[in-house]
Design a protein around this ligand. Sequence first.
Ligand code: UD1
Ligand code: UDP
Length: 358
Amino acid sequence: MHVTGARPNFPKAAPVIAALERHPLRQLLVHTGQHYGDRMSEVFFRELGLPAPDVNLGVGSGTHATQTAAIMVGLEELFVAERPDLVMVYGDVNSTAAAALVAAKMGVALAHVEAGLRSFDWTMPEEINRVVTDRLADLLLVTSADAVAHLGNEGVHPDRIHLVGNPMIDTLMRHLGALDATAAAAQVGVDPSEPYLVATLHRPGNVDDPADVAELVQAVHATADQVRVVVPLHPRGRERLARAGFMDHDRVLVVPPLGYVEFLGLVTGSAAVVTDSGGVQEETTVLGVPCLTLRPNTERPVTITHGTNQLVTRPDLPAAVARVLAEGRRADPDRVPPLWDGHAGPRIAAVVARHLGL
Ligand code: UD1
Ligand code: UDP
């Protein structure tokens, strides 16, 4: 049983589900409903070749406790009814940690895809979700060597840790041929012959507190004085950013969240990306697009050591963008971390099949 629920879960689960189809087992796909609607959920099911969810718990938005509790109650009933042999969870969202707690307390085996990442920043809800999920998981499926080391330091037995690579990159590689920068730019109303940045912003650390929002608006406006900035805006910060005048700059183009192919098409044609997303740091690393991450830390340091990522503060953003625009893209074939090769799904499926004795 795969438990998904939020946007970043979908490109991680798709290649695992596809690879497991080649094994003799029954798969159930659960959508918790943490994210919902066409732009945050349904478009990914259409584009990524995911089967329709067998169950949608429809929990929707809420405080952490409300949302996590609703997911737990729904999953407990479902686990009792379906008695899964293994529950698979993805990433670090509330749906992930909620499923892990229910599985562990019911004695159901748990596999965590993208285990072991650590920002060591306990103000992030994701860090809490990661640590809780990893502590409870039987199979820890890991994207990078640093994550193996973190789990070892936390006392996880090496037999449980499997370095399998990055399934999100499987999805990216599968769709590379469909990414069309010109079409994506036209679709959002950008002239593709002029340089543009793509920005995604949704972390509480950037969009929740009015003082942070004010600083963010100033940073992005000073950036937009240099170059057009296209922002497919996550619903989380929309109202606060609008109230703070984020949209009041003629080179800041705010559009609704985009589908996967359209979003990554736009990214491939961009001069650089500004983001606080986890997944986007990884995708830009593989695509070779410079990435400026507006965060004080990252749980994905390989995107800095191998890839195109750098951490920047909000006040430093305009100068960092100026530098990146002057440098252009680096042609560096070594930038892709080991095992980010498009074959993580089959490796995960092999570990799961072995675990289930298939
Ligand atoms: C969640 C994850 C975060 C991940 C992000 C990916 C947690 C704690 N956080 O953050 O790690 O990076 O998803 O996108 O799980 N909303 C909508 N429509 C939706 C979903 C959300 O309008 O489909 C709005 C609601 O006002 C909601 C707010 O966004 O209250 C936040 O949604 P939530 O799922 O709680 O967290 P995200 O910020 O999306
Ligand atoms: N993404 C998308 N459309 C958008 C913004 C992001 O398809 O408008 C994709 C992106 O390519 C990546 C995933 O959503 O595959 C990452 O999700 P998000 O940034 O919401 O979550 P995070 O990775 O930060 O948890």
